[in-house]
Each structure stands twice: as C-alpha cells, then as structure tokens.
Design a protein around this ligand. Structure first.
Ligand SMILES: [Fe+2]
Length: 494
C-alpha cells in the first residue's frame, strides 16, 4: 500500500528508503510515520549482550544508563499515536571499561491482558474511548520516564499511572518495595526524588475532579497527599522542585469539553487569551498554601531545574510559546496528532517573588531544544550546566544534536551534531567515579543510525561535547526513538 502520510515525514527514514528488518510486518499496512523509520518498533526485546566498544570506555564510568520508550507489541486497534506504545526499557551497564546491554518490556497489567488475548485491547490516546474496558479507557503503558528509588528502576506513564518497579540489573518487572506500594495508584511521569532528603515528590492529573493531586512520599513511608484546585482538566507534564517548595503547572492547553461530548475526541487546544499559572507550594503544603503566579500563555513539557534565591524561586524550563495546533489537512485523521508533535521549545527562565507576588520571565535562548538533563545532585540547587537535545522542527520528535547550556548566560558552551540520518535519545549525565564538580563526568545516550539501522550507546566527556563521543558501545540491535532516560551511578550494578 502507499504510505502517503508516512512518506511526507520520511526524513527520519533511512536515506536509502530501506525498511528496518527487525520491525514487525504489521507496520507495513499502517500509514503513520510514528510506526516507521526511526520510530518503528522492534519485534522483541534483547537478551544480555556484552558489547564491542569503539574508542575507549572510561574506567571511571560506573553504573547504568536506562532509556524508556514506546514499542507496540500488537498492531494498534485504532489510530496509533506515538505515545501509545508499550514501555520497552533499554539498559547499558558500565563497569571497569566494559559494557553490557539488554532490553525488557515493562510487564504492565494492560500488557498481560493483551498478551493473553494475542491482540490489542485498548485504543490509544486518540480514541475513540470505551469506558467499559478493563483497567479504564486507555492502557497504562509505563512507557515515559524512569527514575531510581529504593534500589528499583521505576517506570512511569505521562498520563498518570502505576509506578512499575524494575530490577536494576535485569530490568525484569518485580514487586514494589513496601514504600513504593504506599503510593497512590496514579502518578505522573515526571515525579522527582530529592537527592538530599530522599523525598519522592509527585503529582497526578486527570479529566475528573480533583484535576490534580500533589504529594510527597517520605523515606520512612509517610505519605503527604493533597488535592489541588484547578479550573478544569489540564495537561501538566512536569513539576519543579527546590528544597522547600514545589512548582505546579497550569497551562492554557486543555480539551474542548463540548467537542468531546459531541465526538468523543479529546484534542488539547491552546487558549492564547488565558494566562499560564505556576503554583509555588511548600513541599508539605496543601491546596490553600499554593501561591499562584500568572505568566504569559505557553506550554512546557520539561523543567530544567528550580532553585531558591532568598524569597524568590527560579525555574528554568523548555517553553513552547505557541502550542497552537496547525494540522495539515493532507494528514487526514492523524493531522492533529502530527502537528502536536512539532515542538518548538526554547530555554526560558521565570523568577517568582514569594514576598511581593511579582514574576519576571524571559527567554535564555531561541534554539529548539528539549529533554533537559542535569547532574542529579543539583536538583533543586542553583546549577550552571544543562544538557538538552536539539529537535529539528521539520522532523518532529527526533534529536539531531546535543547542546550543553550555560544556564547563567543562556549560551551554548559546547555542542555536538549527529551525522546525517543519525538520531539520539535523551542524554543522561553520568558522574565520574569520585568526581565532585558539576560537569565532571560523562554524557550518555543511545543513537540510532537510519543509514544502516545500527544503534550505539555514545559516551561523551560532559566538559566537551564538541570533540564527539569518546566511546561508541555497539548494541546488538536497533533501538527505536524513545522518551526519557536516567543514569544510575555506582559500582555493583553490572
Ligand atoms: Fe516527558
């Protein structure tokens, strides 16, 4: 069949037009660019593999890089959205100059039902929704983010779902620890662990009241949970964290409820006449303690970092000034989805004055960059360095370069452009064994070459991206484009 829409977005396909050989056959019948090219799922996870290395893998790089992402097992039941795929986690473990790779699906409740039936049961986020399905109208895929808590890798879902726990050596889904078991059933993907106190700070959101909950799970298992009043269902994606405060997000991007009632479609629309609101709440505060700041209308997926400066809270994030959907009618029923993935985001700073209620805001740079990562030890503390992926607007949801930002000036201190046809993953900072400076370590990512469908884990010196990777860890198979990553530092995980 002719894949007209897919070909329109074909720059992420192999320049030769070759199809990845390890993709399932069912993709060939579906005209959707997020099932093809660098996005095509692989047919199966990979077993343990000791990797060949080009260059020299630093011996003081110890720990594991984990990356989550969508990888559908079965042909979709309805229109496919890139966010729908089953969570497949890729892991690369490092110790003493060696590297090992394996991948594993997150064993979600929904995946168990679909595996038993041998087919997709749920439609994706594009609907139409069937509220009579088991576990709800949308499958919790746990495909979005990863964090490390209680010696477990925790896989989370952006729509707010269960915290699935994985063994950090095998990536097998294992029972949660007693503390994690105490979390609410629904947790948003971008929860955060305070590196200094061990507090797990989270939020969730949904289409029915309460439209947001905010919570903290203490190291001793004590749970602080509070409902947050919002004007209606909203689409927050992340939160900010400082030692004393959290920053909650209320963007003017929400569904048209009348359209949903009429058509069953939930299309998030930008309302440029409605201000963005950020709510600064004491870490253990409640709804009445939230101090809301009205800001210029926008949307933002990811916070880079937050910190306190006296009575002020500073937040740096990747802000989309105009998230208006501009669907191309040639893209038919998936036009809104495709336009929604054309992200134009740039580094931006807000300063919230808790004493006066004033807010200052403005851009730090204008390059289209997202998926920010910092040295985890600086979460909540004023830091200087952030590592972002550059996104080519014309090839949505791919990363064609790495940028190291100086947050003090907004300057790009160092950058690396992938070769043509090569696309990276969210790059995580890996501290050097014994390192103390903020950028004393490595930047680790997985890149896939659409010229020959090989994938490699790249290790850069975080002080100098421009020189290119110090080592390329050859992976045994292709890794599709994905979402978020994390690096778990330390020896003993290999
Ligand atoms: Fe995200």
């Amino acid at each position: 069949m002719t894949l007209e829409i897919t070909q329109r977005y074909a720059k992420s396909l192999s320049p030769s037009g070759a199809r990845p050989t390890d993709a399932p056959e069912w993709i060939d019948a579906i005209d959707n660019p997020y099932l093809h090219g660098v996005f095509a799922p692989v047919t199966a996870p990979r077993a343990d593999h000791t990797c060949a290395i080009e260059g020299e893998l630093p011996k003081d790089l110890s720990g594991a890089y984990f990356r989550n992402g969508p990888n559908n097992r079965f042909a979709p039941k309805n229109r496919y959205h890139w966010f729908d795929g089953d969570g497949l986690v890729h892991g690369v473990w490092f110790e003493d100059g060696r590297a090992r790779y394996r991948s594993r699906y997150v064993s979600t409740d929904g995946a168990a039902i679909e595996t038993e039936r041998g087919e997709a049961v749920w439609p994706g986020v594009l609907g139409p929704f069937d509220f009579s399905l088991p576990l709800g109208p949308i499958k919790d895929t746990a495909n979005t983010d990863l964090l490390f808590l209680d010696d477990r890798v925790v896989a989370l879902w952006y729509e707010s779902g269960r915290a699935y726990t994985l063994d950090p050596r095998t990536l097998e889904t294992v029972p949660a620890t007693a503390r994690i078991e105490g979390l609410p059933r629904r947790i948003s993907a971008h929860s955060k662990v305070d590196p200094h106190t061990g507090d797990f700070v989270f939020f969730n959101y949904g289409n029915e009241a309460p439209f947001m909950q905010y919570g903290v799970l203490r190291p001793d298992g004590e749970l602080h949970l509070t409902d947050i009043t919002l004007p209606g269902p909203r689409r927050p994606h992340d939160l900010g964290l400082t030692p004393r405060y959290s920053v909650l997000h209320d963007f003017p991007v929400f569904f048209d409820e009348a359209l949903f009632a009429k058509t069953g479609k939930r299309i998030p629309l930008f309302h440029p006449d409605v201000p963005t609101r950020y709510g600064v709440v004491p870490r253990f505060g409640g709804d009445a303690d939230v101090k809301w700041f009205e800001c210029e209308p926008c949307y933002m997926l990811h916070v880079v970092n937050c910190w306190e400066d006296g009575d002020k809270v500073v937040m740096i994030g990747c802000r989309t000034s105009d998230p208006t959907l501009r669907p191309d009618p040639r893209d038919g029923k998936i036009a809104a989805m495709l336009s929604g993935l054309k992200l134009q985001a740039n580094l931006y700073r807000w300063t919230f004055d808790l004493a006066t209620g004033a807010v200052e805001e403005g851009p730090l740079d204008d390059e289209n960059a997202e998926f920010p990562m910092i040295h985890d030890r600086w979460i909540g503390q004023q830091n200087r360095w952030a590592y972002l992926s550059r996104i080519p607007y014309e090839i949505p949801a791919t990363f064609d370069g790495l940028l190291k930002y100086d947050l003090a000036s907004g300057d790009v201190a160092s950058r690396y452009d992938y070769a043509p046809g090569v696309f990276g993953s969210e790059a995580a900072f890996a501290p050097r064994d014994g390192g103390t400076e903020e950028d004393d370590g490595y930047l680790v990512t997985i890149a896939t070459d659409t010229n020959d469908w090989t994938s490699a884990c790249l290790v850069f010196d975080a002080k100098d991206l421009t020189s290119g990777p110090r080592a390329r860890v050859r992976l045994p198979g292709r890794v599709p484009a994905g979402f978020h990553s994390t690096f778990v530092a330390g020896r003993g995980w290999y």
